[in-house]
Design a protein around this ligand. Sequence first.
Ligand code: BT5
Length: 269
Amino acid sequence: PGIAFGLDAPYSVEYRDRIASTNERARELAGAGAADVAVVADEQTGGRGRLDREWVAPSGGVWLSVLTRPDVPTARAPLFTLAAAVATTDAAREAGVDAHIKWPNDVLVGGEEDAEGDVGEGHDGADPEATGRGGRKLAGILTEMEGEADRVGWLVVGVGVNANIVPETLPAGAASLSAERGEPIDRRRFAATLLERYAALTASPAALDGVLPAWRERASTLGRRVRVEAADGVVEGTAVDVAGPGALVVDTDEGRRRVHAGDCEHLRD
Ligand code: BT5
């Protein structure tokens, strides 16, 4: 299968109406030695989030995974996740939706105004922990990779965007582009913009140097009080920066900490 995508990016596109998971398919292609493929689906029946969580992916979304074999040290791999967040944010903005990034891999809409007590508006029984005080989740990113020595072997960056979907059919705290816009968006154009932006941001080591600055400009996490469940415990404090490559710098009562991955919750000041 395949569709004419009109894509100005160095990826061949494999399109599926329905698939278990575009990340799974991209990993399968990686195993077969493929490179520079974008798997795009209308619906996923077994979408995955991080830490084996479920990703709800009905028809109408933009569910895609990009398989590449970048010649970079594994330490730089997190930049690809940040690049995908930047690309997704820019594609949403081009579609007329004011999105921002929550470290490290969530693209949200709303935020400050949502914090005034109507968190998760429209969702009965919305869990404030799930919805997050920093906004409603428009998109999530799942990066998987296999390294050889200190180099990235293959890298699969999966992006799930709630495009033309009624948010009430999604988990509490979710937002969609169509609901924000009040009309459906052009998904093909959205996917092309996202992929082209991602390709440009990750095209070379020099291009990757521009990812952190671009990410900072679009992030809502910096300057806020956060609570992060890191690998070695909970870190609470004020997020002050993102340092290379992709670590969150948090000022805590015990001093400055760097957090490498984990669930980040924006707290009320
Ligand atoms: C993520 O995980 O945010 C990464 C999601 C990546 C999905 C893409 S779709 C294309 C590719 N193929 C895949 O199989 N996956 C990738 P995480 O941060 O763990 O967030 C998961 C949590 O978000 C769930 O536990 C739910 O609470 C919530 N959730 C699930 N589906 C959602 C949706 N459609 N919109 C908003 N929130 C959702």
